[in-house]
Every structure is written in C-alpha cells, then in structure tokens.
Design a protein. Structure first.
Length: 287
C-alpha cells in the first residue's frame, strides 16, 4: 500500500510538472496553425492583386440592404472552394464549404443564432473607409487609413468613387467589380510595415457577412482586461472570453506577405486612433 501511494504521488508530481508544458505546447501549436492560415490568406490576396490590376482585395462592396460582398467572397476561388452565385451574395457562407484557412483553432466564439448554417471567420481586413475618399474618387496614399476599401454605405460615398451600378452579375459578383476604385499594392510605400489582415475573434465575424469583416485599429477591439466579456466598440458589441488567444499576442498579416505574432499595443505608437502606426498606409509611425 505504501509503495502504491508513493507511485501515485510521483505520478501526481510529474503530471503537475508536465501539464503546464503540454498546455503551452498546445497553445503554441494553435498559434502556428493560425500564422500558417494568415500566410495562406496572404497568398490568396496576392493572387487577387495579380488578377485584378494590382488592386488590394476590397473590404466590403455593396449596400447592406443589397447582396453582401465582403473580402472572403472575393478570395474563396483561391482556396479551391466553389461558391454558387447565391452563396457569394448571401449574408453568410455555408458550413459545408467552410475555408479552414480562415478559422483560427483558438477561436472559441459562439456563432450568432441568425446564421446557424454559417461559420466564423477569425480574420478581418484593415479598412480604408470610403467616406474618407475625396470627391472625384482618388486614393490618398498618405492617409491614416488601412489598405482595404470599404464601400458599405453608398449614400455616404462622394460622387465618382463608386463606379458602375450596384447590381449583381450572373456569377454572383458586383457588376463591373473589377473596375472599382481600390488601393493598389504599388502605392503602398511601407508594405512590410502595413497590416493587411488582423485576427478578430468575434461572434459577429461570420464568413460571407460584411459585419466585422473589417477592422480599423487595435483600440478598443483587441485590448481586453482579464475577466471582461463584453464591450461596446465603434463597430457594435464585441464579445471576448479570456485573454489574448496566443499567449498574450494576436497574429497579423502584412501587405508584403509576412506574418507576425504581436501584442496589439506594439502595432500603434499611441492609443489615439489618429496616430495609427502599422494600421495606416502612411509609411512609418509619423503622425
């Protein structure tokens, strides 16, 4: 009996020593899978740019009252997933055609009950809001904006920036979508220092839906205190459980294609959203 108790005690001590290491290894594995997902997302984004005149994939095209075209609806073809036209323009993408590369294994958000047949994206495009486009439809490459153009509220877009009617082609994509205004890769002066996609674990970040498909800075979206489960942000109610998903960090994809795991506070030099750091297509941290 004594020998048995000794053996049990030794096993308990070993388990206490090994379990934290195993948990860390598991978290590390999830982080690496997530980084690989973003790497594949970067390749898909590069292929889109090569096919569409060097344009960076759109954040959102269309009015919310009409068919929804977030960035993943433009990139699905590069993940060997064939969406039908109705699936492209619908409010969510079908679970049977889920793109695994857009799903971080550390994302444990519950999906909204209005999308029972959908699935959660884990990433959002760093946006350039169309309401900031000058009249005439030009792109300001010295702007404190992201690279992914966001056409969602047509009546707020200056004349000349939206090109063509807001209608759907037979293949499900917007009419003349390849001629729409966009930020071009060649115009980005600091491609290795400009975020293209960031992680966003959100109960509203549903594939095929324009909601939460874009993000415009780390504050307040990616900074949460221990135990805080809900917070109101500039883009609605954000639900979050626990701390950062990857040992105090989030994963980011940059325009040049490289990926990094960073504390979100390191992506901007200040909490002021108008001093944007890596979130801006303006080169460097110059305010």
């Amino acid at each position: 009996m004594i020998e048995l108790l000794v053996v049990i005690a030794i096993i308990a001590i070993l388990a206490g020593l090994l379990l934290p290491a195993l948990a860390k290894a598991k978290n590390q594995s999830k982080m690496m899978t997530c980084l690989n997902n973003e790497k594949q997302l970067g390749i898909a984004s590069q292929l889109f740019s090569e096919d569409i005149d060097d344009k960076i994939v759109f954040g959102v095209l269309g009015d919310p009252s009409n068919p929804q075209w977030p960035w993943d609806d433009f990139l699905h073809r590069y993940f060997s997933v064939a969406y039908r036209p109705t699936e492209v323009s619908s409010a969510s993408a079908p679970i049977e055609k889920a793109i695994r590369n857009l799903m971080c294994p550390a994302n444990r958000m519950p999906i909204q009950n209005w999308a029972p047949g959908g699935w959660l994206r884990s990433y959002s495009l760093n946006e350039y809001q169309a309401v900031n486009i000058p009249a005439g439809g030009g792109i300001d490459y010295n702007a404190r904006q992201g690279p992914g153009l966001y056409f969602a509220l047509q009546n707020a877009i200056p004349a000349g920036s939206w090109r063509g009617p807001n209608t759907t082609q037979a293949d499900g994509f917007p009419t003349a979508w390849d001629s729409q205004l966009a930020v071009r890769r060649a115009g980005i002066l600091d491609a290795e220092g400009t975020i293209l996609f960031a992680e966003r674990h959100n109960t509203f970040n549903i594939a095929g839906n324009i909601g939460q498909s874009r993000i415009n800075g780390w504050a307040p979206d990616q900074i949460k205190a221990r135990g805080q489960t809900e917070a109101n942000t500039m883009e609605g109610t954000y639900y979050y459980t626990g701390e950062y998903p990857h040992m105090g960090r989030w994963n980011y994809l940059f325009i040049d294609g490289h990926v990094q795991s960073l504390n979100p506070r390191d992506t901007a030099p200040d909490t002021n959203l108008f001093w944007r750091g890596m979130w801006s297509i303006r080169p460097g941290f110059d305010p």
